[in-house]
Design a protein around this ligand. Structure first.
Ligand code: IMP
Ligand code: MG
Length: 174
């Protein structure tokens, strides 16, 4: 029998501190460039909202809604666009904002799709990175926290649409 390890948790204050650090880094990197932030719905809505409020520069925001098949805990790489972005990205500096990179399949699909539309630059900002789960070769340029292979909820992340409103991130166990 295995002894239970402790539940993984990222407290509200720690998230806030890290999001501020990411914001300052992005602000420095994009000085004078008016980047376009594309939040991936629904998971990234809280992260994006907090991130941009720490950035003191001209920027624009749009949203892309996708659903990965395999709705529960595993994605398959088949991605359906539920809502496309509205702002044209040709020749724009684009930053994709995602809640978590797991296998990387969703992000790979989104990245290739957006690259085909000719942005001037394209970077990825992910709050969480489950590195050990990666199935395709893709990495975020800005990462909040590298996390273990546990199922996490809160701060935008859900399990069957529940828990998105938690101000902290916690591991879900049954
Ligand atoms: P990927 O295509 O496997 O990288 O899956 C990425 C998507 O799966 C994320 O945008 C999340 O919506 C979801 N996901 C992956 N891991 C978790 C988790 O631990 N909690 C909640 N959602 C997750
Ligand atoms: Mg998501």
């Amino acid at each position: 029998m295995q002894e239970e390890g402790s539940l993984f948790l990222i407290e509200e204050e720690r998230i806030k501190k890290r999001v501020l650090e990411l914001a300052l880094e992005i602000e420095k990197d994009y000085k004078g460039k008016k980047p376009l932030f594309i939040g991936i719905l629904k998971g990234a809505f809280i992260f994006l909202a907090d991130l941009v409020r720490f950035i003191d520069m001209d920027l624009e925001i749009d949203f892309l809604a996708v659903s990965s098949y395999g709705k529960f805990t595993e994605s398959t790489g088949e991605v359906e666009i539920l809502k496309d972005i509205q702002i044209p990205i040709k020749d724009r500096h684009v930053i994709i904002v995602e809640d978590i990179v797991d296998t990387g399949l969703t992000l790979k699909y989104i990245k290739d799709l957006l690259l085909s539309r000719g942005p001037k630059s394209l970077k990825i900002c992910a709050l969480l990175d489950k590195k050990e789960r990666r199935k395709v070769d893709i990495d975020a340029d800005y990462v909040g926290f590298t996390v273990p292979d546990r199922f996490l909820v809160g701060y935008g992340l859900d399990m069957a649409e529940k828990y998105r409103n938690l101000p902290y991130i916690k591991e879900l166990r049954d």
